[in-house]
Design a protein around this ligand. Sequence first.
Ligand SMILES: *Cc1c(COP(=O)(O)O)cnc(C)c1O
Length: 610
Amino acid sequence: DLEQNQEGNLVPTYQNSQVLRAVPYDVPQIGFQNDVVNNLRLWDVEIPEDQETLYPSLESRRAIQDITAILYPDDSTLEGKQLRLIQEYFMTSAGLQTIIKHYLKQGTPLEDIYKKVSVHINDTHPAVAPAEFMRLLVDDYGLEWDQAWKATVNTMSYTNHTIMSEALEKWDAELFKKVLPRVYQIILEIDNRFVAELGKAGYDADVVNNTRIVKDDQIHMANLAIIGGHSVNGVAKLHTELLKEDTLKSFYKLYPEKFNNKTNGIVTRRWTQIAAPELSSAIDQFIGNGWRTDIHELEGLSTYLDDQEALGTFYQVKKDAKERLANYIKETTGFQVSTDAIFDVQVKRLHAYKRQLLNVLHIIKLYLDLKDNPDKDMVPRVFIFGAKAAPGYHFAKSVIKIINELASLINNDEGLEGKLHVFFLENYNVSLAELIIPAADVSEQISLASKEASGTSNMKFMMTGAITLATLDGANIEIKDEVGDDNIVIFGMDKDAVYNHYRLNDYHSRDLYDNDPLIHRVIDSFVNGTIPNIQSEGMEIYEALIQHNDEYFLLEDFHSYIEAQEKIDRLYRNKAEWAQITLKNIAKSHKFTADDTIVQYAKEIWELKK
Ligand SMILES: *Cc1c(COP(=O)(O)O)cnc(C)c1O
């Protein structure tokens, strides 16, 4: 409803609203030897004291706690979707409310807030921010719409993290209206004004349709973030190009000046000094310890590429890290692996586009090779997987099940004479990543070209001396540009080849299956009992690859991937060459420091001065 306030303005009033208290928990973030401590503010939810009687049951109190208790609530049910929307709104609103209160303590006018404050929308999860900021400025602080809009657009900026439309949040308008009726009204108003403006400027219906916030009873959160902010960036060069020429093409027509790239980076301290202490000592030994505060000094390792002592030292450092991981594998699985084997690692969220299944196809191929010919000449391999899957993601869980069954089949087959091992290490998280990544010889970055926005584990592996086995996707391209073609192993379709298939609609996985005996044999092993205990999962994978036409083109890339893996095998046999490639990778990895990425955000988007 609307009510007249003391100034005679109409202000909205809430009927039957739920009031929750947001409680800040401040977590200091201590800089490395720079006398800086930043604050990370986390939010908990509490029932306000005067509202206790509204929550008599344990169940009703639990429902409130769930708002902040669960990270990424399962949104496969309507209930889960609603919880997730409430969570996203709760965190976003709490953040914006403290930001405004903090700003006002300065005594400067609220309409100038953008001169001192930047709010960055990291992915679509907090993309309600422009609408909520408008609500606060207009309803709670009495700014005029146009004044508030100027402040909002100049305050907000947005990072896109994926081109995959399933991952760009869209809310059902009915649900949104039910949960957040006033914010919904504001979004409609923003959308109406936006559409009217485009109409006046003479844009055609297509542009309007591709960019407006509300359409087909859905609220497109990325569109709200782009319209309600002054900057939109991708997270690697290829990704930003794809945003401009494809995913957000119509927005690029409207607002070319909003678009920019910020290639992701990694926290170098964690992935060297914390995760790889032996590596860090070895680096000190050759170039001193200045790199610990200025990572660009790693470039100094380039002068040791022909130094046999240095190459030997770094080779041994990797062996020590492999030994540590081998001990962990022994403790957690009972199997002993040799550190002379190639440690071939794929650790990342489980997703079809990341193509863990392509890795699996290759492992099956090696297994079948060894069953045909136990004397096959190959460097022993230890394949290591780590992955988390979203709770409602059925396909991902099937892939995990298959990897585990394949691992059990292979690890228990003494006829393989230790040439092949497979492990799926449980509960992949940052602590486990710190153990696994420095122990990798091969970094698997095998997403379908165009689908991985950037990747960051590719950078962590590079910095700790693994060789990247990759498609030309995300930041892999920028890694290749740094190390040169001879110090990375690239395979598969590039983005243009992938887009050509989309344009021509000419990919037919069944033809590859029917006409290629190797592909046929490997695929059949999912459904013919070769791998035990995967009846339903094997059928699901078979259907995805053959009946549903292999959405991520695994079969087309399979032979090229095998050849790349054979190249890895050849390279590894030459210790000196392998050591040289890995050292070059370490020396060039400083390019991917997040410190520099953050400086670029600060200068080019937030207009912060150091
Ligand atoms: C770095 C990291 C990721 C991201 O990995 P990508 O391969 O870039 O997708 C995911 N999970 C953990 C625990 C990580 O450390």
